[in-house]
Design a protein around this ligand. Structure first.
Ligand code: ADP
Length: 540
């Protein structure tokens, strides 16, 4: 139902609202534009309490901004969606959506109806995605492990860890290959959540390492406990091992001090009894999500058990899954007894404590059920470790997507230019009102190589023209050597054009397809708006 006049605040209509929206979206895109590509620059974001984030990741930059404008919020959400679905390509998607909108707004000013533009953009996006799948995609199976390493390197190239991409790309590819699993439907999956990231500042980033096992950044509950347990049987407890306490609100009047002592003794006895039940079931490593007091640790030391306390529940669940353990929330049975069964225990080859920099870490290696991997990130300071973490997350997602979809495409503007040329030809075959919209879509795609070149201080117009000429030659010829030109992209260091497959600049195919789809959808969402009504809360 349309709001009654009484509750209307401000109202913008028609071209005004569209121009406002496009301006807001362009403002957002301009913020992230300079961070696109391997030569892109970083942003330093300072929040209201003075915390600093230095990053190059589009999604992180936009997440930290307090965006007010509703259309700009759609674009911020777009980059979050790309981050969630693909993990990379968050800057490109925003720049492309803004360019599409800018061009659509110009068309509307020239009296093309928004509905025709929307239909045209949809047709162009569909055609583009099909072309990528049929003509530009390269099989990872044929290219081998090198393709995975190169895809990881490409995603890192724009980040702080770009110079160390040799080390990090092999860490990332090994980590993703380690966590390979088959789900109930028989599909091969690479759950990135199974890669634990541990950050420890001090030393250089080159000291970062992959551990084929699970690492917890914590230490033993008591220094007298063993530092290494082999053939570990792990009990995972989602409750504390503290002295038994009566429930809140229960009052006991004690007149004789001896009785008080007896109560204290009994409290310890109940705790000891609990520990004993777990140890008798065979546990030699006990991990709790809550506390573990002196009485419990003393008892565990005597029994030669390694105790670890205050472990995050998320970590408990991961260890449980990998070791085959059950996370126990209480020992109590419905009958009122307390029981711990040996079937609740998980197994792994060894659990040990070792210092990593200034921090102690507990390592779980040789998990019984499924493999997990941990990456220990080292770096000069906390900002560095945080940015390495974000960059590794993007690269892990890229390798996962590449392995799951099995295809990559050349980067450095190769796909965008190939699509632009293809869609130009396609637009000419359309004899309807959507033709101009499809033609503008082709033009909009050029923005990615243009920004890449501009950020690398190269001549964008010249480079893009060269690329277009090569791709046009590739598409119009049947000669196999000319066909190879479809892999041509930008060499941003030398300001030239090169075969980016041979140069190892590769991106996952899904990343490109999704960013095209998401950018088109976001542009369409904003284009459809021709009336903005701000409701007046006082009169509501
Ligand atoms: P996003 O957040 O969109 O992933 P990036 O800053 O990571 O943005 O830049 C990605 C773009 O940079 C892609 O278009 C990719 O093809 C391009 N790119 C990455 N590495 C290179 C390289 N070595 N040479 C040319 N282009 C590159």
């Amino acid at each position: 139902m349309a709001p009654s006049v009484g509750i209307l605040g401000e109202r913008d209509q028609g071209q005004d609202v569209r121009t406002n929206n496009v301006t807001a979206v362009m403002a957002i895109a301009n913020i992230v534009k300079s961070s696109l590509g391997p030569q892109g620059l970083d942003k330093m974001l300072v929040d209201e309490v003075g915390d600093v984030t230095i990053t190059n990741d589009g999604a992180t930059i936009l997440r930290q901004l307090e965006v007010q404008h509703p259309a700009a919020k759609v674009i911020v959400e777009l980059s979050q969606l790309q981050d969630k679905e693909v993990g990379d390509g968050t800057t490109s998607v925003v720049i492309l959506a803004a360019e599409l909108l800018k061009r659509a707004n110009e068309l509307i000013k020239n009296k093309v109806h928004p509905t025709n533009i929307i239909t045209g953009f949809k047709i162009a996006a569909k055609e583009a995605c099909n072309y990528i799948k049929e003509h530009l995609a390269l099989s990872v199976e044929q290219l081998g492990r090198e393709a995975l390493i190169n895809a990881a390197k490409t995603s890192m190239s724009s980040k702080l860890i770009g110079p160390e991409s040799n080390l990090f790309s092999s860490i990332v590819v090994d980590a993703v290959e380690t966590i390979k699993m088959t789900n109930l439907l028989g599909e091969t999956k690479y759950p990135i959540k199974n890669v634990k990231i541990v950050k420890s500042h001090g030393q250089s980033t080159l000291q970062s390492q992959l551990i084929k096992g699970y690492v917890l950044q914590t230490q033993r509950a008591d220094q007298q406990m063993k530092t290494r347990i082999e053939k570990a049987k792990i009990a995972l407890l989602d409750f504390n091992l503290n002295k038994f306490r009566l429930q809140m609100g229960i009052q006991i009047l004690v007149n004789d001090p001896k009785n008080l002592e007896k109560i204290r003794f009994k409290e310890c006895e109940i705790l000891k009894e609990r520990c004993k039940k777990i140890i008798d079931a065979g546990a030699n490593v006990i991990v709790t999500s809550a506390g573990m007091d002196d009485v419990a640790t003393k008892y565990l030391v005597e029994a030669g058990v390694l105790g670890i306390r205050r472990v995050d529940k998320h970590d408990l669940r991961r260890i449980a899954k990998a070791s085959g353990a059950t996370v126990v929330t209480t020992l109590a049975t419905p009958e009122g007894d307390e029981v711990f069964e040996s079937s609740y225990l998980g197994e792994c080859a060894e659990v040990y404590e070792e210092a990593v920099g200034d921090n102690d870490c507990i390592f779980f290696k040789g998990m019984k059920r499924s493999n997990c991997a941990s990456i220990i990130i080292r770096g000069a300071n906390e900002f560095m470790c945080e940015e390495v973490d974000r960059s590794l997350h993007d690269s892990l997602c890229v390798v996962k997507r590449t392995l799951e979809s099995g295809y990559v495409v050349p980067g450095g503007g190769a796909v965008e230019i190939a699509l632009s040329i293809k869609l130009e030809d396609f637009a000419r075959t359309l004899g309807n009102k959507e033709q101009t919209a499809v033609a503008e879509f082709c033009e909009a795609l050029n923005i990615i190589p243009k920004v890449l070149a501009a950020n690398a201080a190269q001549d964008a117009t010249e480079l893009v023209s060269k690329l277009r000429a090569l791709h046009a030659a590739s598409q119009s010829s049947d000669d196999p050597t000319k066909k190879e030109l479809k892999n041509c992209g930008l060499d941003l260091c030398l300001g030239k054009v090169r075969n980016n497959v041979k140069a190892g600049v590769l991106e996952p195919m899904v990343s490109k397809i999704k960013s095209l789809r998401f950018a088109t959808e976001a542009a369409i969402t904003i284009l459809r708006i021709d009336d903005m009504i701000k409701l007046n809360p006082q009169q509501e």
